[in-house]
Design a protein around this ligand. Structure first.
Ligand code: GDP
Ligand code: MG
Length: 439
């Protein structure tokens, strides 16, 4: 999606108002890209309609170009489509809380059972019991038992001869006796949705009355995952979806359509085979990912709330005419810091990885602390005109900031280089960058 959109964005950059034609062009690309990403046709149609309504005729927000602005609308709509953040797990009034895992074979039920148990213990200090109710394949029971060993958690199993409904019922009795507060039932899957499977799951549900029914679907299967979700939800009234193998899926079609089609939220995302690779599902992050923009938008949003526009403009002017001083630098740094931890900010910027590798551009927090301390130890005079710096001044600053003269010298040198660079950047790409963000 990214490539297509970038081209269109470029075309409409630098205008003051978003025109109908701009939006048409953008939405055409968005539509194609979404269909290509295997998003449900009807979902795409509704989405495009809403985007058009919202985007046409908007004045361009200060700091955003029209392309970015349309993207912002697209992103918000995609986020809405996937629902709010919903990674909570039910807690039963009377323990144990019962969670039933359902889904097709190979979707990741057994793995996710282990992951969830791991999360519940790690994040909430709970003591889950795992239940092997997939009796059709001995390997399935072994797999869960292996996970139980890895996690050092009990696995309730009665081999392959018992009936899954009885297993589930007895497991809950056992959990009560053992004071286990969560019971996670790993059920059998089939290659396709079939009546036999649904009947069995329905019986388990009726018997144990679970607090949650999580449907596990494989993100790589795209539109199929959505159909599967629809069938399971019709039959079992699931409470949420776990979307697995998102580490391998770059298209995101399944993620986009599931909530729209079933009304049920995606609660968790599987990001790998390991037990700690289950994450809360963040619709906004997924939307950015689908749009292929890193987290550019959250960076824009952060910048909007944190950076004072007027100050930023002043700063930009200063950079341009080289009157930028250490005083300004200090202020700039504190503004950037207000936006969050530096490495996080860096990661959100496109091309950040390349930049990190660059010499003199390594931004670790500790180094920044030193820089800040050094500048704070300067007198006002020194900050404005570093040229007056001599050996004794440097020594005093080093002492005051708990650094060395060599570090002070390095900063002075870097500051000069930076000023030169800023001048070039500002001269070359007039107004393209936001003042407060020119790291
Ligand atoms: P089940 O048949 O539904 O119980 O599926 P399994 O839990 O046995 O998982 C099937 C395969 O998918 C296994 O090889 C898992 O390691 C793998 N798997 C499960 N979840 C994920 C995930 O989030 N990412 C990746 N890459 N693989 C996963
Ligand atoms: Mg399994």
């Amino acid at each position: 999606l990214a490539d297509r959109l970038q081209g269109t964005i470029k075309k409409i950059t630098g205008k003051g108002k978003v025109s109908e034609q701009d939006v048409k062009e953008m939405t055409r690309e968005v539509r194609l890209a979404l269909l290509e990403a295997d998003v449900n046709f009807k979902v795409v149609k509704d989405l495009i309609k809403r985007i058009k309504e919202r985007a046409i005729g908007q004045d361009v927000l200060e700091g955003l170009n029209p392309g970015q602005q349309v993207i912002k609308v697209v992103k918000e709509e995609l986020t809405d489509l996937m629902g709010g953040e919903q990674s909570k797990i039910a807690v039963a009034n009377k323990p144990p809380t019962v969670i039933m895992m359902v889904g097709l074979q190979g979707a990741g039920k057994t793995t996710t059972t282990g992951k969830l148990a791991n999360n519940l213990r790690k994040n909430y200090n709970r003591n889950p019991m795992l239940v092997a109710a997939d009796v059709y394949r001995p390997a399935a029971i072994n797999q869960l038992e292996t996970l139980g060993k890895q996690l050092d958690m009990p696995v309730f199993s009665q081999g392959t001869d018992a009936n899954p409904v009885d297993i589930a019922k007895q497991a809950i009795e056992q959990a009560k006796e053992d004071h286990r507060d969560y019971v996670i039932i790993d059920t059998a899957g089939r290659l396709h949705v079939d009546e036999g499977l649904m009947d069995e799951l329905q019986q388990i549900k009726d018997t144990v009355n679970p607090d949650e029914i999580f449907l596990v679907v494989d993100a790589m299967t795209g539109q199929d995952a959505v159909n599967v979700a629809e069938s399971f939800d019709d039959q079992l009234d699931i409470s949420g979806v776990v979307l697995t193998k998102l580490d391998g899926d770059t298209r995101g079609g399944a993620a986009l359509s599931i909530k729209a089609v079933t009304g049920k939220p995606i609660k968790f995302a599987g990001m790998g085979e390991k037990l700690d690779q289950l994450e809360a599902f963040h619709p906004d992050r997924m939307a950015s990912r689908i749009l292929g923009m890193g987290d550019v938008l959250s960076l824009i949003e952060k910048a909007e709330t944190q950076v004072d526009e007027k100050k930023a403009k002043e700063m930009e002017q200063k950079m341009r005419d080289m009157s930028f001083t250490f005083e300004d630098f200090l202020e700039q740094m504190s503004q950037v810091r207000n936006m969050g931890p530096l490495d996080e900010i860096m990661n959100m910027m496109p091309g950040a990885n390349k930049m990190k590798g660059m010499k003199n551009m390594q931004l670790d927090e500790k180094q920044i602390d030193h820089v800040e301390a050094i500048i704070q130890s300067m007198t006002k005079e020194e900050r404005v005109d570093p040229n007056i710096m001599n050996a004794s001044r440097k020594k005093r600053i080093a002492k005051g900031s708990g650094t060395s003269v060599a570090q002070v010298n390095r900063l002075l040198k870097q500051f000069n280089e930076m000023k030169k660079m800023m001048k070039q950047m500002m001269g070359g790409k007039k107004g393209k960058k936001k003042g407060g963000l020119n790291l």
